[in-house]
Design a protein around this ligand. Structure first.
Ligand SMILES: Cc1cc2nc3c(=O)[nH]c(=O)nc-3n(C[C@H](O)[C@H](O)[C@H](O)COP(=O)(O)O)c2cc1C
Length: 220
């Protein structure tokens, strides 16, 4: 018979392993992302990597990063939206790490079936990210190169987890709720306790109702 310790670890082993790849060139000035990154470090089953801290000269260790990808089930790019895209190290990361024969092409199936999404903050307001709004495109439309990267590498692409109006979020006391949703999301991903089809089809993972705290826990 299995000991309770073995049983606990075998249950825990079934949980998905999550890799958060954090990209912020000036984290000491961050009002949003640094807190989410630090929260992620404290969630079990999460490996949280600060790419700019690891690779200040962009000298990315390709083999090491490929091994890291292989050993996780959920891959998250976490970043502040810069020029409607990722900070540059995440482009370098894709260019170097997602090699032919590893991530795509002949024999390139290392990422097959993994879940992928972006956790982003955007300075612009949500209403600006509409076809008739200031930025002309929705956030999902703007992130389509990443969605297609996930497609060609046969990962399952989920909606972004996005905070809009990030520059005023602290003043407007919106960060704590977003952080709480982020922690809930990471836990739900680890245990697989959410509707993956809904997570694929909505605009923003932050709108998933399962991330809402029960009313009795919300501060009055
Ligand atoms: C170089 C640069 C480019 C930016 N580009 C955009 C952008 O394209 N769209 C947008 O909504 N916000 C943009 N912003 C605002 C950032 O998204 C915002 O500062 C960030 O989400 C705040 O997160 P943080 O407090 O963690 O740094 C940009 C900021 C910088 C510094």
């Amino acid at each position: 018979m299995e000991s309770s310790q073995t049983l606990t670890s075998s249950i825990a082993n079934k949980d998905k392993r999550i890799l958060v790849l954090f990209a912020h060139p000036v984290p000491q000035q961050s009002e949003v992302n640094i807190f989410l990154f630090n929260d992620a470090k404290n969630v079990s089953n999460v490996t949280a990597i600060d790419l700019y801290a690891h690779y200040p000269d962009f000298n990315i260790d390709v083999i090491r990063e490929q091994q890291r990808l292989v050993s996780h089930d959920v891959i998250i790019f976490q970043f502040p939206l810069y020029w409607y895209s990722t900070p540059s190290i995440l482009k370098e990361y894709q260019d170097l790490v997602l090699e032919y024969g590893f991530a795509y092409g002949k024999g390139g199936s290392a990422l097959k079936g993994k879940q992928f999404f972006c956790a982003i903050s955007a300075g612009g307001k949500e209403e600006a990210y509409q076809s008739d709004g200031f930025n002309h495109f929705t956030i999902r439309q703007l992130l389509q190169p990443l969605e297609q990267m996930a497609s060609i590498t046969t990962m399952t692409y989920l909606a972004p987890f996005a905070l809009f109006g990030s520059r005023s979020a602290s003043r407007e006391q919106r960060i704590e709720k977003h952080r709480s949703k982020w922690r809930s999301l990471l836990n739900a991903l680890a245990t697989g306790q959410f509707d993956i089809e809904r997570a694929r089809s909505i605009e923003n993972l932050a709108d998933l109702d399962i991330l809402e705290e029960p009313a009795e826990n919300q501060s009055k």
